[in-house]
Design a protein around this ligand. Structure first.
Ligand code: SF4
Ligand code: SF4
Length: 222
């Protein structure tokens, strides 16, 4: 899922300050799961904004709405009436959701309320970890399902740098060495021979290095 964190309320207040009527628009998918922009966060943030603005004598109307996904037209449509009644939208979706709303409603300012951070997993309650950089050419099969592109600080493709101590990355002492994990995992899978195979330099052309990407599925065209 896409993991993000709600912006500090002071920054949000600054962003919405030019507007008198603001729709706080949540997204019920990824950002809900990481407690950044689902229905509950919309309600909490809206109350906090109302209270704070009232205390400061600022005249602002805040409306709340959450749609299931802000990155899909089918769900975006559900927000059309609420958007038309407000002078700006504060989107609590990821950056893709914010842009999808802005694209559909060209004459309404759409403002980000969340800092989109990474593609990751919920490792345990309250802990999200980055697992994929969306490189466009997945090689997890060679690495026992552990991604050195994302999880090795040096993105090494052919074994460890030799700097790890007790399984901890030499670059970041808060992080386990990805290559230590890869070797352990390949051992558990009986696939240590993978380590004898040379992995050629990574082709970054399918990655974001080539600019924004598109995925075309003509079989789904209508
Ligand atoms: S190899 Fe690329 S696509 Fe696969 S997990 Fe790593 S970054 Fe993601
Ligand atoms: S210590 Fe391990 S994770 Fe850190 S940069 Fe070296 S090989 Fe990569």
């Amino acid at each position: 899922m896409i993991v993000g964190k709600q912006k500090p309320i002071a920054e949000i207040k600054e962003i919405i300050s030019p507007y008198k009527k603001v729709l706080v628009l949540g997204c019920g998918t990824c950002v809900k799961t990481c407690f950044a922009g689902g229905e509950d966060e919309v309600a909490t943030l809206s109350s906090a904004l109302r209270l704070s603005c009232k205390k400061e004598g600022k005249d602002i109307y805040i409306e709340e709405l959450t749609v299931e996904r802000q990155c899909e037209d089918e769900f975006i449509r559900e927000a059309a009436i609420a958007i038309s009644k407000n002078s700006a939208v504060l989107s609590l979706a990821c950056g893709a959701g914010v842009q999808a709303i802005a694209r559909r409603f060209g004459d309404v300012p759409v403002l980000p309320g969340v800092n989109t951070t990474f593609i990751g997993v919920l490792e345990k309650q309250g802990l999200f970890t980055e697992e994929c950089l969306g490189c466009g050419d997945c090689k997890l099969a060679a690495f026992g399902g552990i991604c050195p592109v994302t999880r090795c600080a040096k993105k090494l493709q052919n074994g460890p740098c030799g700097g790890s101590q007790n399984g901890i990355c030499e670059v970041n002492p808060d992080t386990e060495c990805a290559w230590q994990q890869i070797i352990t995992r390949l051992g558990n899978l009986g696939q240590l021979d993978n380590l004898k195979k040379y992995n050629p330099p990574k082709d970054w052309r399918p990655s974001h290095a080539g600019g924004p990407r598109k995925l075309v599925r003509e079989d789904h065209f209508i």
